[in-house]
Write a protein that binds this ligand. Structure first.
Ligand code: NAD
Ligand code: UD1
Length: 332
């Protein structure tokens, strides 16, 4: 089976390519390298000892997509390509609506014209807005609090409409919780160039001395120790969820959404303390005021993915902390 992976040199895409290749799928990768580096291609080949085709190009460009579909016999697509920074999406909404919606609609049109109707889409727990209760189930009401989240929800709606119009489409919508960690080789992972917005990349940069101190955004939430609680999931577990989703869309013509999380919530302080213990390294932190838009707690009920996809996360919070640090130490 030949799987086209858009955004395949990015953080989650690269780990998913490794799992696909290890499961004997052929992989064709597209990325415009707007948020990743070309050397990831060789790193994926090194980890798996397998070869694959890489196309540098933009998913908003239908001519380019037509060329990729003409040159390859594609069975299914995993669509990761998109922008993902929540804060930037508030400042530059058009950039987000243009790229995330245009890339998806262009891809769907080209898939349709080549009669390739099997898709796995990267959505996010952000589509649950501020959930009224926890843990979060797939049938909870959907809403968004920022333009990035709105692009994800709009794309989900487009996919549901598309399936309604043509039942030949087979689509798995994966709602990720908080992916962290890296491949244990230390060859691929997440290490943003700019000052990170997300917690784990920030912790790692403090641990490696690239930043002075972590600000913990608030300790007066209604949680175990007052700091925000999230469902952190090892990126390798998340990547494995995509293999199960691909098996599902190849087998059945349905559309369905699945939470990919562990079901466990950890507070900011718990994560920081675990990181310090596991890696035997200091992480300086201070408590500051809340970050606007943040919620007390967010964690998944992952039982539907277990039931329908036969998938569940298995790597621990210790492994997430160890692998995240290992990657950045090797790639400072
Ligand atoms: P990433 O930025 O590391 O990877 C996305 C990749 O897509 C990058 O390599 C980028 O260069 C590429 N890209 C962007 N726009 C493109 C375009 N128009 N054409 C071709 N390539 C393009 O992000 P990630 O963390 O790997 O996330 C992958 C997907 O998962 C995204 O859709 C993101 O919104 C979603 N997601 C991520 C998280 C998370 O915490 N990382 C959480 C929920 C959902
Ligand atoms: C954010 C996004 C979400 C996206 C997810 C994964 C927002 C509002 N939401 O979620 O849409 O799907 O990333 O990419 O941005 N924290 C600190 N100090 C820091 C950074 C974070 O204390 O320097 C705290 C936050 O307040 C939160 C927790 O750490 O309680 C996790 O934050 P983060 O990693 O940014 O993820 P989310 O806010 O859950």
């Amino acid at each position: 089976m030949n799987i086209l992976v858009t955004g395949g040199t990015g953080y989650i895409g690269s780990h998913t390519c490794v799992e696909l290749l290890n499961s004997n799928y052929n992989v064709i990768v597209i990325d415009n390298l707007s948020n990743s580096k070309i050397d990831v291609v060789d790193k994926i080949k090194k980890i798996t000892n397998k070869d694959f085709k890489f196309y540098e190009g933009d998913c908003c460009n239908k001519e380019f997509l037509n060329k990729v579909f003409t040159e390859n016999q594609i069975d299914a697509v995993i669509h990761f390509a998109g922008f993902k920074a929540v804060g930037e999406s508030v400042l530059k909404p058009l950039k987000y609506y243009r790229n995330n919606l245009d890339s998806t609609i262009s891809l769907l049109e080209v898939m349709n014209s080549f009669n390739v109707k099997k898709l796995v889409f990267s959505s996010s727990a952000t589509v649950y807005g501020k959930p009224e209760s926890l843990p979060i189930k797939e049938n909870f009401p959907l809403s968004t609090t920022n333009p990035y989240g709105s692009t994800k929800l709009m794309i989900e709606d487009i996919l549901r409409d598309l399936h309604k119009s043509d039942n030949d489409w087979s689509i798995a919508i994966l709602r990720y919780f908080n992916p962290i960690g890296a491949h244990k080789s230390g060859l691929i992972g997440e290490n943003p160039n700019d000052i990170p917005n997300n917690l784990m990349p920030y912790i790692v940069k403090v641990a490696t001395g690239q930043l002075d101190e972590l600000s913990i955004f608030g300790n007066d939430y209604d949680t175990v120790d007052g700091t925000g609680v999230r469902d952190y999931i090892h990126v390798v577990d998340l990547a494995k969820g995509h293999i199960k989703a691909i098996e599902k869309v190849l087998k059945e013509n349905t559309i369905d959404s699945y939470n990919l999380g562990t079901g466990n919530g950890y507070s900011v302080l718990e994560l920081v303390k675990t990181f310090i213990k596991v890696n035997n390294v200091d992480v300086k932190y201070k408590i500051t005021k809340r970050r606007p838009g943040d919620i007390d707690a967010c964690y998944a009920d992952p039982s539907y993915a277990k039931e329908k996809l036969n998938w569940e996360a298995s790597l621990t919070i210790d492994e997430m902390c160890r692998d995240a640090y290992n990657y950045v130490k090797k790639n400072k």
